[in-house]
Write a protein that binds this ligand. Structure first.
Ligand code: PMP
Length: 307
């Protein structure tokens, strides 16, 4: 595998199986028709051992994604919590990324997903800063994609489905080919939606703005965490549609996501944002975010599921 550190076990359908045996048949329905829903969760090292960040909210979003695509996930949130904890322990991981996935498996082909069984698996592996350690401090260069965000009435961004990530992959590849670190997608209406795997925020005159869910973005759990942290600091936050020029003219812009965490954006389409560095409000929220996940802010302790 190119860049994936192999672990010992994968949890699948109620059992812990060896990593190398976690394979699936070529006629797995999801492989052909994109019929999988998944999550990305992080487990962090804290002073009291390891803790999973907002695990319940992630698993509830998984169930919600499943219900939007009429897929009944045959495990409850509490069963999936236990499975996740067991998996991290079995792999002896301290900090890691966790990927629960529910997918239409083997046994039926054709567009109708219903006859295909639902399989559920969870994998975990170490994953460093997704957009680069450097980007967390220095900010990154992003570009507006020529690919539009998936439409709310075709492959809705609110559903975290594998089908959605064809769109993300196209935008991300294009961004890399143009020399940017990440893509920003505009939605159907032409307003800003999100990054290929992140929500986006701007700061202007001390206030935060982020596109509303109705603009077709994923209901990011990091997005919600940043909204709550910003309000905790007395900052004004609104969910407002943003035009491309709102990005260019912002004092600060940053991405949020489980993988990307809080990553400042230094330039967009080669236009410098603010002073071209991580801005003071971004830094304040980023520091608070990393303190919360490390268990250093008691007030947000309920966001951590200790293992
Ligand atoms: N938008 C997209 C398209 C994503 O893939 C992600 C990552 N899950 C996000 C936003 C951020 O969501 P979260 O903070 O819950 O990881």
């Amino acid at each position: 595998m190119a860049d994936l550190a192999e672990g010992k076990y994968i949890w699948k359908n109620g059992e812990m199986i060896p990593w190398a045996e976690a394979t699936t048949h070529i006629l797995t329905h999801a492989l052909h028709y994109g019929t999988a829903v998944f999550e990305g969760v992080r487990c962090y090292r804290t002073e009291n051992g390891s803790a999973i960040f907002r695990l319940v909210e992630h698993l509830e979003r998984l169930e919600r994604s499943g219900s939007f695509v009429m897929m009944d996930i045959p495990y409850s949130v509490s069963e999936l919590i236990d499975a996740t904890v067991e998996l991290i322990k079995a792999n002896e991981l301290r900090s890691c990324y966790v990927r629960p996935i529910a997918y239409r498996g083997y046994g039926s082909m054709g567009v109708n997903p219903r006859p295909a069984p639902v399989d559920v698996a969870i994998a975990a592996w170490p994953w460093d800063a997704y957009l680069g350690e450097d980007a967390l401090e220095q900010g990154m260069n992003a570009g507006i994609s020529s690919w539009r965000q998936r439409s709310v009435n075709s492959t809705p961004g609110a559903v975290k489905s594998s089908a959605s990530y064809l769109n993300s992959g196209l935008a991300h590849m294009e961004a890399l080919d143009h020399g940017y670190g990440e893509a920003i997608l505009l939605g159907e209406s032409g307003m800003v939606a999100e990054g290929s795997g992140e929500n986006i925020f701007i700061v202007r005159r001390g206030a935060l703005k982020t596109p509303p869910l109705a603009d077709g973005v994923l209901e990011g759990i990091t997005r919600d965490s940043i909204i709550q942290l910003a309000r905790h600091f007395g900052l004004e936050v609104s969910e407002t549609s943003l035009a491309r020029t709102d990005l260019y003219g912002a004092d600060e812009v940053f991405f949020t996501g489980t993988a990307a965490e809080v990553t400042p954006i230094a330039s967009i389409d080669n236009r410098t944002i603010g002073n071209g560095k991580r801005g003071p409000i971004t830094e304040k929220l980023q520091t608070a975010f990393f303190d919360v996940v490390a268990g250093k802010i008691a007030e947000f302790g309920s966001w951590l599921y200790e293992i």
